[in-house]
Write a protein that binds this ligand. Structure first.
Ligand code: MN
Length: 501
């Protein structure tokens, strides 16, 4: 059937429609106590003074040899099992050769052929729909050091750059997707889901400010309906979801304008500049052979036995996807609610703690309070749910007082605010007692309130009697106000109907 001509359709306004093809490479910093190939500490390199967490191996002194960190391997296996990837029983470390001052060896130890993980997928909610992004591979590698430009002044007063090797040799898992992503929102949702998953698995601290996850985005554009992929560019080293979003929006628009004007997109690496909100050319894209990859003779083949994999599988927590499906069935929740609860491990834990106290049919009310009052307050005060001033069991108590009829929803919000600032040790029943907030069942008292309200609001009464049924809402509101929210709305309605009949 043809759409009517007035039908609003963006693609009619902006012909032709383009689509963006996005693939992501993510460097995830693994939570290990020591570095991936050396015994130096991996702890808080971010705020320790430069070059205090780097030993002979990290400095690439002659005669030193790397040795693989067992925990880094286990973290990679954990990620592989959680995403349905194939864990290689034999995988190989290779040297990726390039010169840069933050890389003392002149090569990075990485994996090229035979990475530890191949395939797998990350499944998440995006735009209200379950979406999966396929993974090509994930491999282990070491991080480089850091250049601190202008951090240092020479004796002659000139500014100089320093090299900090604290980060050199930190364990990374590089996760590469297929170019399955089609929109900026999907790219951001995938990245958030990936962050949440690695934190959930306990293999990364998820700290974006400190660079615990860094995203490289590959982008190309094509007209809708085209089959071939056009030339792509790569934007490197994005460490926030906002920069990821903005750089994709900018870069896809830049490419569309180039192609529309008859120019070509050049394959290159680009840098996102958040101050100007634009991407700029950094360097031509190296081809893989420029790195002269070859197996590192200092490291033996990494052999992973099936028994080792099974042990790790046994120790995995219930994964977000499984938990989401279970919540949907066990608590009769919508996928939207269940995906809200499982977007973050701490949120899921909080909910499950509430459900230790509440009957299953009150799950929906629990979710509403978590998504509403609790999340708004946490957000406003920049607090994490793990350190919520109202612990799960006390919020559950509050919900029981609502469902038990002791207080109305409206009064519950007042009690919540008092709990938040720790009045009466945050005990909802004590707060209700203290302020006399208990819902009144005293029908005679309510009749008296109603009589007064009717006397004071003669015009609303005559409007109602004249057929303006909406006048009733005003009267109910006034009575509720006069009862300080303690009256049962059902009682108010019944009594008013009686009086006005
Ligand atoms: Mn890498």
């Amino acid at each position: 059937m043809q759409k009517p001509s007035h039908f609003f359709n963006k693609s009619i306004l902006k012909p032709p429609a383009w689509e963006t093809i996005i693939g992501l490479e993510t460097h995830v910093q693994l939570s290990t106590r020591s570095k991936i190939f050396s015994g130096s500490s991996n702890k808080a390199y971010f705020d320790t003074s430069p070059n205090t967490q780097a030993n002979e191996v990290d400095l690439a002194l002659p005669g030193t040899l790397p040795a693989i960190n067992r925990v880094a391997v286990e973290h990679a296996i954990r990620f592989g099992l959680a995403t349905g990837a194939k864990v290689a029983q034999h995988s190989v470390f290779s040297r990726k050769n390039y010169f840069y001052p933050d890389l003392p060896k002149g090569y990075q130890i990485s994996q090229y052929e035979n990475p530890i993980l191949s395939g797998g997928e990350v499944t998440f909610f995006s735009g209200g729909k379950e979406t999966s992004v396929r993974l090509i591979r994930s491999h282990l590698e070491e991080d480089a050091g850091k250049l601190l430009h202008g951090s240092y002044t020479l004796e002659n007063g000139l500014p100089a750059s320093g090299i900090d090797l604290n980060r050199a040799g930190t364990a990374l898992l590089e996760i590469v997707t297929e170019p399955d992503i089609r929109t900026t929102d999907q790219a951001v949702d995938y990245s958030k889901a990936l962050r949440s998953l690695v934190v959930w698995l306990g293999i990364c601290d998820g700290n974006m400010q400190e660079g615990s996850l860094r995203f490289d985005v590959n982008i190309s554009v094509r007209k809708l309906g085209e089959k071939n992929l056009n030339t792509r560019t790569e934007i490197k080293n994005l460490n926030s979801f906002r920069f990821l979003e903005r750089s994709i929006l900018f870069e896809s628009q830049r490419q569309i304008e180039l192609l529309q004007s008859g120019s070509k997109v050049v394959q290159e690496t680009r840098l996102y500049d958040p101050d100007r909100n634009e991407t700029r050319s950094m360097r031509d894209k190296e081809n893989a052979q420029d790195y002269r990859y070859f197996p590192d003779p200092d490291l033996p083949t990494l052999i992973i036995s099936p028994a080792w994999i099974e042990n790790i599988r046994f120790s995995l927590p219930e994964l977000p996807l499984a938990k989401r499906k279970r919540f949907e069935i066990q608590y009769q929740l919508t996928s939207y609610d269940a995906s809200y609860l499982t977007q973050d491990h701490e949120i899921a834990v909080y909910f499950e703690k509430m459900m230790l106290v509440l009957p299953e049919e009150q799950a929906k009310l629990a979710v509403n309070w978590m998504m509403g009052e609790l999340s708004a307050k946490l957000h406003r005060e920049n607090k994490n749910i793990k350190n919520s001033p109202i612990p799960a069991y006390l919020l559950a108590e509050l919900i029981k007082l609502i469902t038990g009829g002791t207080i109305s929803n409206k009064v519950a919000r007042q009690v919540f605010s008092a709990m938040w600032i720790g009045e009466e040790s945050g005990q909802p029943s004590n707060i209700i007692e203290k302020y006399g907030l208990k819902r009144t069942n005293d029908i005679n008292a309510l009749r008296m309130i109603i009589d007064e309200i009717l006397i004071d609001n003669q015009s609303a009464v005559s409007q109602y009697r004249a057929g303006k049924k909406k006048a009733m809402n005003l009267l109910v509101g006034k009575v509720m106000q006069a009862s300080k929210g303690k009256a049962d709305p059902k009682d108010i309605n019944t009594l008013l109907q009686e009086k006005l009949a």
